[in-house]
Every structure is written in C-alpha cells, then in structure tokens.
Design a binder for this molecule. Sequence first.
Ligand SMILES: Cc1cc2nc3c(=O)[nH]c(=O)nc-3n(C[C@H](O)[C@H](O)[C@H](O)COP(=O)(O)OP(=O)(O)OC[C@H]3O[C@@H](n4cnc5c(N)ncnc54)[C@H](O)[C@@H]3O)c2cc1C
Length: 550
Amino acid sequence: MSGQKTNEKSGEGEDWLLPEENRDHLRGLFAEMREPLSLEVFTKDGQNDSYNEAVVRFMRDLDRLGDKVKVLFHKIGEGRAEKLKVFRSPTILIEPDKYPIRYTGAPLGEEARTFIGTIMLVSRGVSGLSELSLALLSSLDETRHVRVFVSPACPYCPGQAANALKAAIARPGLVSAEVVETGENRELTVKYQAHSVPLTVINETFRQKGFYPEERFILELVGLKPSEELIGKAKAEAGIGEETTEVDVVVVGAGPSGLTAAMYAERSGLKAVVLEKGVVGGQVALTPEVENYPGFKRIGGIQLMELIAGQARQYCQVREGEEVREVKINERIEAVTDRAAYKAKALILATGAASRKLGVPGEKKFFGRGVSVCASCDGWNYKDKNVIMIGGGNTALTEALYLKNIGVNVTVVHRRDSFRAEERLQESLAREGVPALMNTVVKEFIGHETGLTSVRLEDVNTGEQKEMPVSGAFVAIGWIPNSKLAAGIGVKLDEAGYIAADRSMRTNVPRVYACGDVIGGVRQIVTAVGGGATAAVSLFEDISNPYWRK
Ligand SMILES: Cc1cc2nc3c(=O)[nH]c(=O)nc-3n(C[C@H](O)[C@H](O)[C@H](O)COP(=O)(O)OP(=O)(O)OC[C@H]3O[C@@H](n4cnc5c(N)ncnc54)[C@H](O)[C@@H]3O)c2cc1C
C-alpha cells in the first residue's frame, strides 16, 4: 500500500491536538479493539487547508494512541487517491479495502463521536444494527450509495450518519456510506440542496430529511419508499398486529421534563417508558450554550441533555424514533406508536413546544433550502454569508450571537421597536456589533430552485418595502405548544393552546398529567425538570390513592 506512515508510536512530548483526558479515554477504547485497522487520509493543498490541518493532526493523534489504528496519509491526485476515486480534500476512508465508508470532510464536532464509534464497530466486524434492521437489510439485492450531509454542531446528524455507516458495515458489498460535511463541500451542498441537515440522499434520488430511527432508515434504504407505505404493506402481508408493552407510566417526550418525570416515577417504584419521536434532548439539544441551569456555569445543550438522558436510562427505557400518534383512554391508558402500543396506569405529556411559523409566501417552499429554525444545525452552512434572524426574544438573540460567533453575517429583523430578550443578551448583541432592523417584518421569501436568494421586508411604520439579498433566514418568533395529542383525548387547553394543568401537574382528565413547556409559564429547563418531578410524584400518590374514585 502506498502512503506515508506517521512518526513512531510513542509520540510523547509531541504536539497533540486532543486534550490529555480525551487521549486517555481513546487509549482505553482502542485497547478494546479486536482487529487492527487502517485509516487513509487524503488531502490537497489549497482545498480546505484549515480542515486538512485539523484532520491531519487529529489522525496523527489517533495513530499514536496504540498499535491498533494505523493512519496512512496520501495526496489527492496520486495513485491511491485515483484508484479509490478520492477527489475532495480532506477525505478519510476507514479500512477501505474491506468497507466502502467515506468521510468527505473533517469528522469534527458532533461527528467525531460517530467516527470513533465506526472505527470500533469496524474493528469488531459488527454493524451494531438491531436484529430487526439486519433482517430487513438481508433482503437487499441491489447497490445503495448513501450520502448523509451533516454539520459539526447539528444534534441530529450523528444518529443519521451512524445509520448509514452501520448499514455499510453490515452489507459492504451492496451499501456504501459517505458522510459529507456541508461547510467544507459547498458545491455538493448546493447540488443536493442540503441546506438543512441532516439530509440523506440514497442512490442520488431518494431523500430523507432529518434523523430517522434505525429500523425506519433501513426499511427505506431497502425499499426506496416512505416507511409508512412499506410498514403498512408489510404488516398487512404478514398478518402482524400491534406489539403491546405493559408499563405503569408512559411518558411522551424525552426533553428535560419527560426524562425527569420518568426518573422520578421509576424511583417511586413505578415502571416507566419514555417515548420520543425524534432523539433525546428536546429543544435543549438545539441550544448551543446553557448558562442558567444551576450547577453548571456554562454547558452545551447537547452535553446537558446527554447527562440527563444518561441518568434517566439507568432507570428506564427511553425509546427514540417513536412518535405517539394516538392515545386511547380505557381501563388502561394506551399510547400507540408506529412500532407498538403501550398500556399504562397513567400518562405524562411532556411534549414541549415547536417553533412558530411566519406564514408568509415562500416559507414552506424554501424550508430546508435557506429557511431554517435551527441555527446550531444549519448555521455552519452560512459562514461568511448574509443571513437574517427573525425575532426579538431570547431565542432569536441567542441564536444570532451564535451565528455571529461562527462567522456568519447575521442581521436581526424584528417587528417591534425594542427587543423582548433579556437585557444581558441585548447588550451582547450590541457589543458584538450585530445589526438589527427594527419595526420590520418579512413579507416573502424569494429564491429559485437551488434555494433562498432574498427576502422582501416591510417597514411596519411607513409600509415601505425592499428586497434584501440573503442566503439564509432563521425564524425564531416563538413557540407553539405540542398539545394536539392532549386535545385529542379531551384535555383542556388554555386560549393559547397550552395544556391547563394544576399545581400537581394534573390535567382535567384523570390519570393524565402534563409538564414542561407544553403547559406554558416560564418555559425554561429548570421549570421543565421541576414540573416533571411534580407530575411523577403526583401520579404516584394518585395511583396509590385515586382521587377520581373518591
Ligand atoms: C434555541 C433555544 C435556546 C434555549 N435556551 C435555554 C436556556 O439557555 N435556558 C433554559 O432554561 N431554557 C432554554 N430554552 C428553553 C428550554 O429548552 C425549554 O424550556 C425546555 O426544553 C422544555 O423542556 P420540555 O421537556 O418541556 O420540552 P421539549 O424540550 O420541547 O421536549 C419535548 C419533546 O417531546 C417530543 N414529542 C413531542 N410530541 C411527541 C409525540 N407525539 N410523541 C413522542 N415525542 C413527542 C419532542 O420531539 C421533544 O423532544 C431554550 C430553547 C430554545 C429553542
């Protein structure tokens, strides 16, 4: 094999990229590797130089952490790169003679974890897919090339990247996986219109937006059709009914509130399950930094939620990718998802809130192609580009500051003459020199097939309109409670659509409790966890001594 091997393994005293604590952790992990493997790194001077440098340093570190990982460095344009069809810098291939796994771009930020996870799976020669996924994948008899577009701070990207990588490990003869960092590969990002990540493109045409639960991903990978169609058909053909699980409490939503509720329920001796339609973390996973959660001066939103979810998982099952689509109230309460039905004595609704839409022309059309509601997911695509942040509350200003911090030219657009956000954030915005257009509203999102190109703004005082060229627009104009499920079972809502719950987090429907953002009020992490704990304690008391039977 051509390629230049790195220096001797010891590497002590040399310049490390990884902090000592991470090196120790990785040394421990690599010691558990079954088979040695090779990582091949391809770079080209003048193409993403700063990322090339970061990748080379990261890979050198990995190479020096033991004898199991061998790193080979190549230049694009030379024989090995031509043979393996590597044209983009940086690119990393994992054990390329055996597995069609490719990182197009540096696996930094959130992606580093998936990358290390993949190394460990490859070394063991196992995919890590569930039995069901493996069974579904065994029916594949054609090739699939899966491209997952990601960005370093996107909380949902690692899960989707892992889906593709595991499938390639399981069926390397048929499935190839490529993780594409959007910020470093603008041309591909534009070509595939991957302005909102994660975006998965299978065999050039079939697209999945967002993070998919593993089995759903595999089902669609094989069938190249939306899973709803495929599941319904397969169940009908096989005559399979719904799988039913019996628990004491079903918690809907794995944000801070739901996870805390489940933890408290289990600690009272009740069997709980948390059902989450996406991934754990709720809105906190979209929060770049949290500075007001007691005990942490400053912590990344994802990190905080990993700690909370890790603790919850010690007590109960947290099932991601299971949206509760229907609740039936009978002698037992039944929560129905695509995969199963859960019967319980009580239900806790911790469904949180979703971002509010502006409702103007072009918003839907350009959603995911310039219009976004998640700066930490999509902000990286707009480095050095002009974008607007629409809104005047804490979220809008926090996200505008985040965008500014990562090198995006952001202007805040707000319909009033003053911000609603905390004083501290307003001061930071002024200090950072983020421009703001006050008394201004967005009337239309304008663009063409490749995405958003401008917005039409209107001065609310004069009615004067102007077109502002932008590549992106982030909408942060508030939240609407996810209370549809509650309304469907007769739970009372207030005039703004929030669930009406009392101090014990009871709703008007016996055995149904609600907590967190879905009940309105202060809508912060501390209140969400407080509400979760209260709901669990109340329902424990009520199950032991039902007030509705008195
Ligand atoms: C950008 C941003 C920054 C923020 N910064 C801060 C901050 O610095 N400090 C602070 O204290 N707060 C902050 N907040 C507010 C904080 O995130 C929320 O108050 C908190 O997340 C509410 O928690 P929750 O568990 O009630 O709901 P959520 O976090 O919204 O979680 C609800 C969960 O329920 C799931 N769900 C909904 N419907 C279903 C269904 N039918 N089936 C299954 N699952 C379902 C959702 O997918 C979601 O994961 C911020 C919010 C945002 C958006």
